[in-house]
Design a protein around this ligand. Sequence first.
Ligand code: ADP
Ligand code: MG
Length: 298
Amino acid sequence: MSPRIALATARAARGLDEDMAPLLAALQAAGARPSAVDWDDPSVDWAAFDLVLPRSTWDYSERLPAFMDWLGAVGACTRLLNPVPVLRWNIDKHYLATLAAAGVAIVPSRFVEPGDDAAAHLDALLAAHPASADVVVKPAVGAGSRDAERHPRTARAAALAHIGRLLAAGRSALLQPYLDGVDARGETALVHFDGIFSHAIRKGPLLHRAAPATQALFAAEDIRARAADADEQALARQVLAALPFDSAPVYARVDLIRADDGTPCLLELELIEPSLFLDHAPAAAARFAACLMRHLAR
Ligand SMILES: Nc1ncnc2c1ncn2[C@@H]1O[C@H](COP(=O)(O)OP(=O)(O)O)[C@@H](O)[C@H]1O
Ligand SMILES: [Mg+2]
């Protein structure tokens, strides 16, 4: 029997997930029966699938408790990839601190928790990065650049108001210097299947100075194929080796930006529902489909 695979998406993401069509086609070609299913559709019998893959469940950060419940329920009745502990760990950018403690070069990050003195955190970040013209404020749990903004260092009140809004909603905030190398060079995303490098893309800069956060499900992105440099490949390998799990994630996207001195730094590690940019690299969809079929055969 060919295995049934659910590619979990969201109503709001229908038509927007560019990996959906190539992945459906590649899984079919590999002998599976894949279908796109809304993660919050109450009529779906998840146990009827041999594998569930969060593919574009991109509205989860607005509905976190429901999504966490869904992960638990689906993980309990069928195979979910990445596995639930990996998904849970990756949902909150506090993992950056864990990876930094393991020696990974990350974009300098300061977390502000509800109840903290936001002004003291902001001033400490600005003092630690005197050459940075701008500071980025974003939620620790977030995706698609939603609720992320770039504030000039002189716009202290606007930055504090932004942090205050996140904290008032019970969210943790993440403060970073804006690394303006991204303006010329973009960020590099390195996609791995089972810990093995597949392909890389360049993503253009997304945050405009003092501009409001995107109101869309995700900010429009400028994506091009890119060859990852040796030092970027090395950092991505280091990130994957530092993960607190026994085996490599089935899919992982490592997003890097170069710091002012040129060193690549981890911006984000995507293990939940990353855009994989399958159409930007020859045979990437077939590689991912083959990887999923190998897991199903285990
Ligand atoms: N410290 C930073 N310096 C430069 N650009 C940043 C920084 N933080 C975020 N950005 C920009 O904002 C985008 C979204 O931020 P990211 O950390 O990837 O969060 P998410 O994709 O989960 O919303 C990035 O792709 C990048 O263009
Ligand atoms: Mg990102």
